[in-house]
Design a protein. Structure first.
Length: 156
């Protein structure tokens, strides 16, 4: 009988705890990102397949969101879309509350603006409602929309 592998158990438990802590700290960003994506995607009246594909790509590519199960993000997105379509004013207010939770962090705010641009550029639908929504979200996040002008033109 050999030594008891206590050190590896403690390391495993510590790693699990660290991951849970990171997920907990980044959860408001996930909620805000999915709310913002929903607002942009539904701004022209419906969500297109290309926008859903882009959402999956974002969840897979953005380091701060990769820690989450993509289904968790998609479920949050779908919930916001459903609420916005069912009751535009209430759904929009709820989405904006989720976004406001990260608006005091400039790094997260900039990331959200870039994520919204990516969804808006996914193709399909009218570009003007998406541009308007992105500008509104920038104002909500405290970002000057002029900093995105060169990227906004790709929505046409």
């Amino acid at each position: 009988m050999g030594p008891i592998p206590i050190r590896s158990d403690v390391t495993r438990i510590a790693d699990t705890f660290r991951e849970a802590l990171v997920r907990h700290r980044r959860k408001p960003l996930l909620r805000a990102a999915m709310a913002a994506c929903a607002l942009v995607a539904v701004s022209d009246g419906r969500v297109r397949f290309s926008e859903r594909v882009r959402l999956d790509q974002i969840l897979d590519a953005v380091d701060k969101l990769r820690i989450f199960n993509p289904h968790e993000g998609v479920d949050l997105f779908d919930g916001h879309v459903e609420e916005i379509l069912k009751s535009p004013q209430n759904g929009r207010e709820k989405a904006l509350r989720a976004i406001a939770a990260v608006s005091d962090d400039p790094e997260s705010a900039t990331l959200l603006a870039r994520i919204c641009l990516a969804v808006g550029q996914a193709g399909g639908g009218e570009a003007l409602p998406k541009k308007i929504e992105i500008v509104k979200l920038c104002n909500c996040l405290g970002i000057d929309p002029a900093t995105l002008n060169s990227d906004l033109r790709y929505l046409d």
